[in-house]
Design a protein around this ligand. Structure first.
Ligand code: GLC
Length: 458
């Protein structure tokens, strides 16, 4: 008995010291995680920025891969020409802010392997182009000054690094000589290179709020999270910036503690779940299809579509990271500006239905042609009218749940009624259900891209 007690005592001591030895990030409770992600869940809307050498050819950020351009040619053509003489990151930050965005995530290094900062670990960097300077530093400062949170995108793929395997997705995949060079390419060195760079990024630029890794794939050549040492990378990130929020593209399963899902260029049907649990998510979307500046692309979404997209994302409990691809000279082109301004015009008077909001409780069913968001702190429900109805809006089953209704953009009262015995044969009440609210709207749609009703609940 005595020896059993002794054994139990020793075991509990061992457990205690193991806990102490494990770093804080590995011991994070679900509550602590909630707290760490609070700003992100509240803010909902951020700017993604894809900027690199690919802005020069201006026909997609995968141009090197698509056109199978060799490292030498890519350098000759674009590296030696990259001269963003009109780069004013404070203008970018101001545009993001005006649009109602609360954070900005920039490609510090995309798949082409070009670093926008003055890294010690590569010569393929902005400082060695005609730009002749670290372009990340002023970006971070501009965001900070504008009150935007800062995120870094970092590519796991690198078509320039001499140790990165020439695999099936590589720009040089069809070049026999390049393929043969795999014999002396050493991914262990590449893994170290990524860690060195990530350490620089997370050490030299102050507090970094988000990290967007992109992306791990199993691939034919047996690549996967081990090739990047995703676990090691994530540990390093957590150790350097304990409060940082990290995306899910390291190829690690959910138990590994990345923070949010990243559906790309599509709208999930409903709030994404893992094992029946709703997970934090952020969709990243482009204006026109490409992420990098694409001069000739003509598939631009309208401002109305983009606002509706933001609302729909929040109505499903997510965030929207909307991308802009600045030009090679460093400015945001007219088409993107026009849309950012349009979104800003709407946000100016309607952002209360976005910030701090999430999916509506399931007791509220969305009316025809509408999207609902809900603020759990203020207990206000927002009805977004995607299509302006004729005079009457029926809120199904809302009877007894709403104390007051107003337009969000101008705070003007909106009257509603319910079906009564007396009214049940009269015009608009004829088809209303006994538990519906019947809202009377002006005939003419207010001058708001997507009008919002704010309902103060009982
Ligand atoms: C993809 C693409 C890439 C883009 C990214 C944004 O993974 O490779 O070009 O940067 O998605 O989410």
């Amino acid at each position: 008995m005595r020896s059993l007690l002794f054994l139990m005592f020793m075991l509990s001591l061992a457990k205690l010291s193991a806990q102490e030895a494990s770093p804080a990030w590995a011991r994070e409770t679900p509550e602590a995680k909630e707290k760490r992600m609070e700003w992100w869940r509240n803010d909902r809307f951020g700017l993604f920025i894809h900027w690199g050498l690919y802005s020069v050819p201006a026909r997609h950020e995968w141009v090197q891969q698509r056109e199978q351009i060799s490292t030498e040619d890519y350098e000759k053509r674009y590296f030696n020409l990259f001269d963003p003489d009109l780069y004013h990151p404070e203008e970018w930050a101001a545009k993001a802010k005006e649009a109602g965005m609360k954070y900005a995530v920039i490609t510090t290094r995309h798949h082409e392997g070009f670093s926008l900062w003055d890294t010690k670990f590569s010569d393929f960097k902005a400082t060695n182009t005609p730009a002749k300077r670290d372009l990340i530093k002023p970006f971070v400062e501009a965001c900070r000054n504008a009150g935007l949170k800062v995120g870094f995108y970092y590519s796991l793929i690198d078509w320039h690094h001499p140790d990165f395997t020439v695999d099936g997705t590589h720009a040089m995949r069809n070049n026999q000589e390049a393929r043969a060079s795999n014999a002396h390419r050493d991914m262990a060195k590449y893994r170290q290179f990524m860690k060195d760079q990530v350490r620089e990024l997370l050490t030299n630029y102050g507090k970094i709020d988000m990290l967007f890794f992109d992306f791990s794939y199993p691939g034919k050549d047996g690549k996967g999270h081990e090739d990047w040492d995703s676990e090691g990378l994530l540990k390093l990130v957590r150790q350097l910036q304990p409060d940082i929020i990290v995306n899910d593209r390291l190829g690690l399963d959910a138990g590994w503690g990345w923070d949010y899902r990243t559906p790309e260029q599509f709208m999930p049907q409903s709030w994404p779940e893992i094992d029946g649990q709703k997970v934090p998510w952020e969709t990243c979307q482009t204006f026109s299809g490409s992420w990098g500046y694409n001069r000739d692309e003509n598939t631009w979404k309208s401002t109305n579509q983009l606002i509706a997209m933001l609302i729909e994302v929040v109505s499903k409990g997510g965030n929207l990271l909307l991308n802009v691809g600045p030009t090679a000279r460093g400015y945001i082109d007219d088409r993107a500006q026009e849309r950012l301004e349009g979104i800003g015009r709407w946000m100016k008077y309607n952002d209360r239905s976005i910030y701090g909001c999430t999916a509506a409780p399931s007791e509220f069913q969305k009316p025809d042609n509408c999207l609902l968001t809900y603020n759990p702190d203020t207990r206000r429900l927002y009805v977004h009218l995607l299509q302006w109805p004729f005079q009457t809006l029926y809120l199904p089953g809302f009877r007894g749940k709403v104390r007051y209704a107003q337009f969000l953009h101008d705070g003007s009262e909106v009257k509603f009624t319910v079906r009564t015995e007396a009214s049940s044969h009269e015009h608009m009440a004829i088809t209303a259900g006994a538990n519906d609210l019947i809202v009377t709207l002006p005939i003419v749609k207010p001058n708001v891209e997507i009008p919002v009703l704010e309902l103060i609940l009982e």
